[in-house]
Each structure stands twice: as C-alpha cells, then as structure tokens.
Design a protein around this ligand. Structure first.
Ligand code: ADP
Length: 508
C-alpha cells in the first residue's frame, strides 16, 4: 500500500544490500582490478555499500558476453512470442520485488519512497509489459517495386547495445532502456550512474530468474570517464542509448564517431518553460509550478517536486494579469513544502543525490544572487546532516542570466512576467534546449497555438510531467534526439533490411 502518513521513516525496513558485484554473462563477479567504490546515502553522506568498480577491461568482458549472446545465442533468434513470455515473467518479478527496488532507490538516490511506490515502479513494470507485448509484433513490409521485382523488409535487432543511464530515475530508466532493447532481440551492457548502482544490479538478478539467457543483459557499474567512455568508444557495440547531461552526450557522440560510427540516441538536459496565462486557475498553476502535479489515466493525483528531473518546469512564465496573485500563491505553497527524509511519506522532496550536485545547486543560487535576480523564497541548505536544500524561487530574472539559461538540476525556479502569447512563445523558445513545456490555460486556441509553436519534444497542457509507456519522450535541439518510450523507442533498437527478388514473366 502507499504511504498514508501513519508511520515514521525509521519504521521502513532498510533494505538488505544483496548485490554489489558486476553482472557479466549471467554471474555476479568482482571487477578484474578488484577495485570497489562506495555508493553514498544522500540523507547522511555516509556509505551504503562497496560496489565492484567496472573499468575498460570489465566492459570488454561484458561486451564479449553480449556479442556471443547476440551472434550465437537464442535471444535474437527466438520467435517474438518467446521473448514476450520471458519479459512478462521479468515484469512480474519486478512487480513482486517493487517495494525492495523502491527502497533501494530511495536510499541510493534520495528519491521519495511514497512516490517510487506509486509512480516509478508501477511505470517500470508497465513499461516492460508494454514492450513484452510488442516483441511479437515486429515485422516489415512487402513492396512491389515493378512487375519484375519484389522486395520485403526485415526489422532486425541492431545488435549489442550500450545503455548509459543517470541517477535521477534509476529503476524507471533501467526499464525504459532495457525493455524495448530486449523486446527487439538485442543484447546489451548497462552502466548505471555511479551514484545509484543498487537497483540495476537487483534488476539483473531478476532478469536471470525470469529466464533471460546469460550474456543478454550485463550490468557494469563504474564511473563515466572510465567504464562509460569504454562503452561509447567500444568497437563491438552497435548502438548507444544515453540519458544524461548535454555535455556528456556530446562526448559520447564524439566517441561513437571516432570509433565505429555506432548510432547514438541522446536524451539530454532541458530548461523547460511552464507558461501560465491570465485565465489559468491560479491555485492549480502555483501547485503545478511547484510540484508539477498531474493526473494520470487512473485519475490519481501525483506529486513531483521541481528539481532533479530533466523536464523540470524551472522557467516559469506568468502573464502580467496573474503574475502578482501567482507569486502570492507560490509563496504560500512553498511555505508548506516539506523538505525531508525520502522515506517519510510527508516529505515533498528529499536531499540532492550527492555532494557534488548539492554544491553545484548552491553555487547556482549564489550566481543568481550575484547576477542581480531577486531571491523570492528559500535559497539555503537545510541545517541538518545530508544534502538537503530549501525550495528556491528567483524573480526579476533576466532571460540571459545564467540561472535562466543553464540546467540546474535542483529545486531552483525562476519566474518571469510576460504580456502576450507571441512574447511567451518567443521567450519560451529562447533556450538551447527543447525537452518539454507546460501550458496553463483554458483557452483552447492559445493552448493549441503555443503547442505548435514551442520547439520541444513534449507539451503538457494543464498538467505536467505526465508519462506513459505508450507516449514517446525525447528532445528537440540540444536536448538530444531519438525517443524513449512508445513504439518509437522500439524502432531505435531495430534496423531495416530490404530483400529484393525478381519475378519472371509475371502478368501483374
Ligand atoms: P548528471 O549530470 O546527471 O550526473 P552525466 O551526464 O554526468 O549526468 O551522467 C550520466 C551518465 O553518464 C552516468 O552514468 C555517468 O557515469 C555517465 N558518464 C559521465 N561521463 C561520461 C563519459 N565521458 N563517457 C561516457 N559516460 C559518461
């Protein structure tokens, strides 16, 4: 059941850490160097466990296993229905172990446990089931080229995939990347973020239990410049699917280009606008701005803190007729905003994921003050152990200030005032990113006009941060290219082959 406020964080069982080694060719193994690194609990800054540290030679081993599983193993050769059966079993196991996976992410990433239970894990399970259902529906087309020639296309798995994933959605991102790649018949190596390796290793264990053959799914925790770079420059990996910062995305693309020209799909940073028009419900708008609350298909109300999400609506544009009221509401809601232990069901947001991120956010806040923006609310770290920061709101922000342009990945919002639709569109688009945008209005024409005009991969009208396994997600501009989720994501793990044959003396 979901959190109902009736228990204390201390009553949540701290999960036993069962898996700390690399998962290669179906076995948990030490790294070849024998090195380990500590994964840190952001609530305290203390180590949770020592994790085997993968490096180039471990990546080589994992890729060898994945290569063998692809070139000679059953996985890509199964009929789709067999992959579907195994993936459905995998999803069931993830579902059965959801509480443990959620708790692992809560302590490893500082993510709110009550939200993990109702959002991340159910969506992870659903995503794997969605792609299980797609596994036996992969097929090409028949083409009549002329009276004498006929072609058909084969949609073949692209081969060995390298997934490099970030720390903000450890469980969900794992399912989003691995689900469609497995359904397509690919084999793979996953490098979870160094901050959050725990749930990925647990997933590996469940994959084995589900019957995914050895070598198909390998998990190698390690650092970006070592294990990550070894993946992006590997000569025997056929494709990279990456989610992370724009800066690292560029490096991955360079490494791919200078090695074997493997295609890359990049889901990168954002600086998404949330545009609130005069006719919007001010209370809902403030809540949306602060929490990005949304209604999913089941009409459950979900909360999301603005901050450690790439689609955070951190540039909030409020029209001049609603601006003052909106700020008042925002302050009122910010005052009731609980920053606390991610295991506590009353928390609205937890700590930043690590010390580096924590310091980065604080320095962005200092920079905002220095550049002359007005600190309207918050701005300080919490006076307690761990990497906690108050929700922070800046006003009087100029469009070209650093806090208005750079991705902060923390609880920092900037609020701007605008006059009309044209101005909103123009300023909302004045960013190098194009991941998402939110629009708050009841005017259908404004909603539709702005939706068409914003150069971003996702538009949310009167909601924010609504996701579904069937709804493609990805960026425009420097937010990347390629899509996660939906059938679009399946396509990136497939390549198309045409097979042409002559037909002699056909009257048709
Ligand atoms: P964030 O800023 O959210 O930490 P990053 O882009 O730094 O995002 O990291 C996302 C993922 O990319 C992590 O798994 C990280 O280890 C990996 N990574 C970092 N640097 C590199 C690199 N040079 N090559 C490949 N992967 C990297």
């Amino acid at each position: 059941s979901t959190g109902n406020g009736s228990y204390e964080p201390s009553q949540v069982k701290f999960p036993e850490i069962k898996f700390t080694k690399l998962f290669i060719n179906g076995e948990f193994v030490d790294s070849l160097s024998g090195r380990t690194f500590e994964t840190i609990d952001p609530r305290t800054g203390e180590a949770i466990a020592k994790i085997a540290e993968g490096d180039k030679e471990d990546v080589d081993l994992a890729v060898k296993a994945a290569r063998k599983a692809f070139d000679h193993g059953p996985w890509p050769r199964f009929p789709g229905s067999e992959r579907r059966r195994i993936l459905l079993k995998f999803a069931d196991l993830v579902n059965e172990n959801a509480e443990e996976l959620a708790t692992l992410d809560a302590i490893d990433a500082g993510k709110l446990l009550h939200l993990m239970r109702i959002i991340d894990l159910p969506l992870a399970v659903d995503t794997i089931r969605y792609y299980a259902g797609a596994a036996d529906k992969i097929h090409g087309e028949t083409l009549k080229m002329s009276r004498e020639l006929q072609s058909y296309t084969l949609h073949e798995p692209i081969g060995v995939v390298g997934h490099i994933i970030p720390w903000n959605f450890p469980s969900l991102m794992f399912a989003i990347k691995v689900g469609p790649a497995l359904a397509a018949g690919c084999t793979m190596i996953v490098k979870p973020a160094e901050q959050t390796p725990l749930s990925a290793l647990y997933y590996a264990h469940l994959a084995k239990l589900a019957g995914i053959p050895d070598g198909v799914l390998n998990v190698v925790p390690g650092f970006g410049p070592t294990a990550g770079a070894a993946i992006s420059s590997h000569m025997d990996i056929n494709m990279i699917s990456f989610t992370g910062s724009t800066e690292i995305g560029r490096r991955i693309m360079q490494a791919a280009a200078t090695s074997n020209l493997k295609p890359v799909c990049l889901e990168l940073g954002g600086k998404s606008p949330l545009i609130i028009f005069n006719d919007a419900d001010v209370d809902k708008a403030a809540e949306q701005a602060l929490q990005g609350s949304f209604f999913n298909k089941a009409l459950l109300k979900f909360f999301f803190f603005f901050g450690e999400i790439c689609v955070a609506g951190c540039r909030v544009f409020a029209q001049d007729g609603i601006y003052d009221q909106f700020l008042l509401k925002l302050k009122e809601k910010a005052q009731n905003w609980v920053v606390g232990d991610p295991l506590d069901p009353n928390s609205h947001h937890g700590p930043q994921v690590d010390k580096r991120q924590y310091e980065k956010v604080l320095s962005h806040i200092e920079q905002g003050k220095k550049e002359g923006a007005t600190l309207f609310y918050g701005g300080k770290p919490l006076d307690r152990k761990g990497y906690y920061i108050e929700p922070t709101i800046f006003i009087d922000v100029k469009d070209d200030m650093t806090i208005a342009q750079n991705e902060i990945f923390g609880p920092v919002m900037t609020v701007f005032k605008f006059k009309n639709v044209e101005e909103a569109i123009k300023r909302a688009n004045e960013t190098k990113y194009g991941l998402a945008a939110g629009i708050m209005t009841n005017d259908l024409n404004i909603a539709n006009t702005v939706s068409r005009s914003i150069r971003a991969g996702a538009i949310w009208i009167n909601c924010y941060f609504a996701f579904d396994a069937d709804c493609p997600h990805g960026g425009y501009k420097m937010s990347g290219f390629g899509r996660d989720l939906g059938m679009d994501a399946l396509k990136k793990y497939l390549q198309v082959k045409s097979v042409t044959t002559p037909i002699y003396n056909s009257p048709w």
